[in-house]
Design a protein. Structure first.
Length: 132
């Protein structure tokens, strides 16, 4: 007849393989998401530094600041939000903001998709400068 120690040891050896999938691990298994996916996944926009923005704006009476860019919005610390995009050498385009991400598309405040050429353009914030 088996004693209690032997039975406990036998149960432990027998149950470990079945308990292993239930023990949490630090590394999730492939294919099983560790967190809920964000339904908004827009491409991150590049940011212009203040120095780069000053070159892009040229002689315009504007004050530059870095844009606040996340995976769900592009905005500015100052209001009203005005974004300045560098569209190429010597080219720029201003746009009222903020931008919001819906699905995989950046949208302007009126709900229109951001122009395709601006999705790949770096951005900064500008405000009207004081009169000189």
């Amino acid at each position: 007849m088996m004693n209690l120690w032997s039975i406990s040891l036998l149960l432990l050896v027998f149950l470990i393989p079945f308990a292993d999938p239930c023990i949490p691990t630090k590394t999730p298994e492939p294919g099983i998401p560790a967190t809920t996916a964000n339904p908004n996944n827009c491409p991150l926009l590049g940011k212009l530094t203040v120095a780069e923005c000053n070159v892009v704006k040229g002689p315009l009476n504007l004050v530059c600041a870095e844009a606040i860019v996340s995976s769900t919005s592009v905005t500015c610390a100052a209001t009203p939000v005005t974004l300045l995009f560098k569209t190429g050498p010597g080219g720029s385009q201003g746009l009222g903001g903020p931008l919001t991400c819906k699905g995989t598309t950046w949208n302007t405040p009126d709900g229109m998709p951001l122009q395709a050429n601006l999705v790949t353009s770096p951005v900064a914030c500008v405000t009207q400068g004081s009169g000189k």
